[in-house]
Design a protein around this ligand. Structure first.
Ligand code: 8YV
Length: 321
């Protein structure tokens, strides 16, 4: 009988996921969720046939060179900008991600940020917690309307569509910009516009683009200046899509009204100036963080690994191997 393939699980996962993997692999799993320095990751991965990684693990040429046996990388995320796909393809390494199972939860989070930002929920809560609520006033924490306004979506894939669908309940006009026209445009009641129109007309702009060199800083000083001064910006996609330094300046100068950010350039570190800006809602990359979504993501990554071990086609491949 052939030996079972060797798998490294780099981050703590639910016990049910370990149970699913255990019959198929010789397992090394970081169930204590230790913070491994890069050298530890490279050393632990060195003799592995397969890796189960998270978006915080950089799978680049350096790592691949350290893992001569590697044939499969499963990431517990839909985004895969942390994986050098070209390098994996060159080496015949299969790669899988976790689409669909987090779409609705992530779209919900876009709305949580949009509503909190427009209606200044966290800003007013901090003020209340600080004991500053002494009296009511007509002009206290005036925010922006959400209902009946124009929602702009940059990137109309699965999550963008789910964000758009929710806008119906708020009687919003939906415009979007995307590389191609969305096939479900009519169903969504959304209109494709050029980028300049999107920036100029959106009252609330949600970013749902995958990160790549091409989308690096697609929202920078120029784009922020082109938005309405009353607009809110929501980023649930990836840090680096927004130029965070330019955003700080725009918020400070009142060039836009507010921002809701779940992702940051260089996270978990973030531009400290963001912490001092009142009209920004900050969350620590929790877009997909519901119990059911995170379980489904981890299970889907495990399903891909089991398929690999059984020599079957991967359920959700991004590179064939
Ligand atoms: C993940 C995400 O939770 O799936 C993605 O691409 O950004 C989040 O849903 C995060 O990346 C952890 O892997």
């Amino acid at each position: 009988m052939n030996a079972r393939p060797r798998l490294l699980v780099t981050r703590q996962v639910f016990p049910q996921v370990i149970e699913r993997l255990a019959p198929y692999f010789e397992l090394d799993a970081n169930q204590d969720d230790e913070d491994w320095p890069r050298a530890t990751l490279l050393a632990r991965a060195a003799d592995r046939d397969a890796l189960f990684v998270a978006a915080s693990d950089r799978v680049d040429r350096e790592l691949l060179a350290a893992c001569p046996r590697l044939r499969m990388v499963a990431t517990g995320s839909v985004g895969y900008n942390h994986i050098d796909l070209a390098a994996c393809r060159e080496r015949g390494i299969a790669v899988s991600n976790t689409p669909d199972v987090l779409t609705e939860a992530t779209a919900d989070m876009a709305w949580a940020l949009l509503l909190s930002t427009a209606r200044r929920v966290t800003e007013s809560e901090h003020w209340l917690r600080a004991g500053q609520w002494q009296r009511w006033a007509f002009d206290q924490f005036l925010g922006a309307d959400v209902h009946g306004t124009t929602l702009g979506i940059l990137g109309m894939g699965r999550i963008g569509s789910a964000v758009a669908r929710r806008a119906r309940g708020f009687d919003m006009k939906v415009i979007y910009h995307n590389r191609s026209r969305a096939a479900n445009e009519a169903e969504l009641g959304a209109r494709l516009v050029d980028r300049a129109t999107l920036l100029a007309e959106a009252d609330h702009l949600v970013l749902v683009l995958p990160y790549s060199e091409a989308t690096h800083h697609v929202i920078g000083a120029r784009e922020l200046a082109a938005m309405k001064s009353t607009a809110t910006l929501v980023n649930i996609a990836r840090g680096g899509i927004v130029d965070d330094a330019a955003l700080v300046e725009a918020l400070r100068a009142g060039r836009i009204a507010g921002a809701g950010l779940d992702v940051f350039e260089g996270e978990p570190a973030l531009d400290p100036r963001l912490l001092a800006v009142p009209n920004v809602v900050l969350t620590p990359h929790i877009g997909s963080a519901t119990r059911s979504s995170r379980m489904a993501m981890a299970m889907l990554a495990a399903d891909n690994l089991v398929a690999f071990a059984a020599g079957q086609p991967l359920p959700t491949p991004v590179a064939a191997g």
